[in-house]
Structures are given as C-alpha cells and as structure tokens.
Design a protein around this ligand. Sequence first.
Ligand code: HEC
Ligand code: HEC
Length: 186
Amino acid sequence: MLLVLLNYWPNTWNSKKPDKRIRHARLKAMTILVVMILAPAADADGIDLHWLWDDRCNECHGHAGQFSRQFLSVTNGQLQGRHHVRDLRRFMQNHYLIDSEVDAVYNMLLAQANTPARFKLECSSCHDNAARFVRQSLELRDGLLYSRQSNQPARLFLNHHRALEPDEVEFYIKLLTRVAHEVYRP
Ligand code: HEC
Ligand code: HEC
C-alpha cells in the first residue's frame, strides 16, 4: 500500500503552478490517503453482505436470491449446490471468499433458497430489490424493523399497505428483517 502511495505522490509537490498532470497525481494521492484512513472504520462495521455479493459474485452468478433459488436446494437444513452436493461450505471456503465471511454468505444463501421470490414479484416494481429498499428506507432497533422516515415500526405500516393479509405481513416482516441483518452487520 505504501509503495502504491509513494508511486502516486508527485515529487514536484512544492512547485507553485502545478500543471494538469501533477494536479491529477496529487488528487490521486489524496484519494488513496482518504481511502486508507476510512478503511478500518468500514471494517469494524461488518460488510454489507448484499454489497459483497454484488461486488464479488454477481458478475458470474447474477442476483443472489435468484441464484440460490435456481441452483441451490436445502436438505435437512443443509445447503446443496447442483455441482457441489456435499459440503458446499467447504467449497465456498476456496471460492472468492475470505474465511470470516463464509458462514455469513452461506446463511444468506440458505435463507434465500428457502424463500419464494415474492418480494421480487409483488414489491420490487415500486421498491427495487429488497437490499436497496432496506438500505434506503428501513433500519433496525433492538432487532426490530423501523421506518427511517416515519420512525414507526415497519409492521404498523405494512398492516395497511397493499391489502396484505396478516400472514403476508408476517412473511414480509421476517424477510425484510433478515435482509436488514445482512445489510447492517455488527
Ligand atoms: C469468475 C466467476 C465466478 C465468481 C466471481 C464467483 N463464482 Fe461461484 N462459481 C463459479 C463457477 C464456474 C461455479 C461452478 C463450477 C464449480 O462447481 O466449481 C461456481 C459455483 C458456485 C457455487 C456452487 C454452485 C453449485 O451448483 O454447486 C456457489 C455456492 C458459489 N459459486 C458461490 C459464489 C460466491 C458466494 C461468490 C462470491 C464471493 C462466487 N461464487 C464468485 C464462478 C464464479
Ligand atoms: C405500486 C407501488 C408499490 C408496491 C407494489 C409496493 N409498495 Fe410499499 N410503498 C409504496 C409507496 C409509494 C410507499 C411510501 C408511501 C407512504 O409513505 O405512504 C411505500 C412504503 C412502504 C414501506 C414503508 C417504507 C418507509 O419508508 O416507511 C414498506 C415497509 C413497504 N412499502 C413495503 C412493501 C412491501 C413488502 C411490498 C410488497 C408486498 C410493497 N411495499 C409493495 C409503493 C408500493
């Protein structure tokens, strides 16, 4: 990292009238510095799993929920792939993930493989995908889902939204609360 930084650090730092190239190099060096300073803070907060998937898995596998519903299945509480029927967790340890994130991503895929694509079918036309909706509009307080805007529990709102039946409200609260835990990680 230090080497990269030195590489970008312009050696004509104290020239009075920098030309475009030097100004550009300075900007780059400053950007790298800022990123270095902010990086530890981001680590401490736990990585948003949906961001991680979009960053590292999406290009080959597409959307996480769709991938798990289409290619993965659940037997006796264990996740199975089409190719990797046994010990998918072990496979994932050697597949684009650092060890500390394997369990979290495994659990996310397990939950998704168990959840029908109802949010996509019934809600995403207005709310985009569930992860983006959660990031933008919802937050967790003591494990319960709240609306950022109204400060009210999301459940109160859902009781009167889209004519949802009580069991459907239950379904969506469970789904969105799970996604919120995947997005806002300790
Ligand atoms: C460069 C492409 C690529 C990237 C990036 C990638 N994968 Fe894969 N993945 C594959 C291929 C190809 C297979 C199937 C080949 C195999 O079985 O080894 C696979 C298989 C899998 C399987 C097993 C599927 C099955 O049917 O058995 C899982 C689960 C999986 N990947 C998860 C992930 C996760 C999680 C990430 C991101 C952290 C990721 N992959 C990133 C290409 C990729
Ligand atoms: C036709 C568009 C539409 C569809 C479909 C829709 N919603 Fe909404 N939803 C809205 C609008 C508009 C608001 C904000 C309105 C308001 O605050 O009164 C909203 C608000 C919400 C809120 C509260 C967000 C906040 O910021 O307080 C939740 C939770 C919610 N919707 C969940 C769902 C779920 C779950 C589904 C699928 C069953 C769904 N919505 C389907 C349009 C839609």
